[in-house]
Design a binder for this molecule. Structure first.
Ligand code: KG4
Ligand code: ZN
Length: 350
């Protein structure tokens, strides 16, 4: 079965073709990132406009790369939430139109759940992909760490999952993006903080690690504020100094130390809940997905404390449509949608 996946929840316009839920035939991603950088974050209107321009060429490229015509495509899968409403609308409307015009079944996919399905893709002829050799096994523990989500879930089977922990405030990727702004590093914050942290000392600045009542939960807003306060102190000012003045006052070493200390605590926050959940649920696999799982520092850290966590290729960690098509394949009955009425749901939850 060959599924065309479509993903437009944030600033990436993506289309991919996946065969039988595990063979990636094509993976095309266009991003409007460059247009957002000057604003330090994604501007929804710019993202939506860019999706309109890119969506058809991206889908055509995905079909060409996969060497597929419309006759070869058995179904279409699209992200319908969560995400930015203007962005989601373009993907959903395009998928609905194509499903009707080409007479294909349509699957409505939850973006966050789809991140868990990226490591189910184990095969491709495309160049430069490092994929897991075998698929995750159930029961699986899934840690989703992205710009919008930080969640820990137990998957008993496909579509059969329960959230056991989540963030009380900021998502981890969001905290990276905000700390990058405080320190004066470009968006997206994850990769730029990681780069800057390489020259810093993770023990240079004392930052707190939040302890929560439910030991599987996370919190990042206090840590982010502690970075702000430490930065103000480092430059000899008090809490009234506006954060936008910090990048000019901090020197390179201070920026590197702040980045390293923050990054260390942000990842440390994930370790305890993971260890405890591994102990309690005894999973056969631990899947780590979402944009932040592209961090090599996080990969190293988790590999050192947890037996065999499953990561996938960096290109399938950040937003892509391969994971959307894979998720659809394994949940066909549950996510079948009506192409004449499917609506995006920006605040869809797991
Ligand atoms: O999954 P994703 O592409 O989009 C959402 O669904 O949110 O995740 C984006 C997040 C951003 O916050 C970005 O800073 C972070 O993933 N990110 C990284 C890396 N690449 C992207 N964080 C750490 N290290 C990376 N290499
Ligand atoms: Zn994502």
């Amino acid at each position: 079965m060959i599924i065309l996946g479509i993903e437009t929840s944030c600033d990436e316009t993506a289309a991919a073709v996946v065969k039988d839920g595990h063979v990636l035939l094509s993976n095309v991603v266009a991003t409007s990132l460059a247009q957002h950088i000057q604003y330090g974050g994604v501007v929804p209107e710019i993202a939506a406009r860019s999706h309109i321009e890119s969506i058809i060429p991206v889908i055509e490229q995905a079909l060409t790369d996969a060497d597929c015509g419309w006759d070869d495509i058995d179904a279409i899968a699209v992200t319908y939430g969560p995400g930015l409403i203007g962005s989601l609308l373009i993907g959903v409307m395009t998928a609905r139109t194509l499903a009707i015009a080409k007479n294909k079944p349509l699957y409505a996919i939850n973006h966050v759940e789809a991140h868990v399905y990226a490591p189910f893709i184990t095969d491709t002829k495309l160049e430069n992909f490092e994929l897991p050799r075998t698929q995750p096994e159930f029961p699986a523990l899934a840690l989703i760490v992205s710009g919008g989500h930080t969640q820990l879930a137990v998957f008993k089977g496909h579509g059969d999952y329960r959230i056991i922990g989540e963030t009380h405030d900021d998502a981890i990727g969001e905290a990276f993006d905000k700390v990058a702004k405080i320190v004066g590093l470009p968006y997206p914050g994850g990769p730029s903080v990681e780069r800057c942290a390489k020259d810093g000392d993770k023990d240079a600045i004392k930052l707190p690690l939040a302890r929560l009542e439910n030991s599987y939960d996370f919190s990042y807003s206090g840590l982010k504020t502690a970075v702000l306060r430490s930065a103000q102190k480092l430059v000899g000012k008090d809490f009234t100094l506006p954060s936008h003045e910090l990048p000019d006052l901090l020197n390179d070493q201070q920026k590197a130390d702040l980045s390293a200390s923050f990054q260390d605590k942000a990842f440390e926050m994930l370790v305890e809940p993971l260890l405890q959940a591994t102990h309690e649920y005894n999973p056969k696999s631990l899947i780590v997905g979402g944009g932040v799982s592209a961090s090599s520092t996080l990969r190293e850290k988790l590999k050192n404390v947890i037996p065999a966590p499953i990561f996938t290729d960096l290109k399938l960690c950040t937003d892509n449509a391969g994971m959307i098509a894979a998720c659809a394949f394994y949940n066909q009955k549950a996510y079948l949608a009506d192409p004449s009425s499917l609506s995006p749901n920006p605040s869809l939850t797991l």
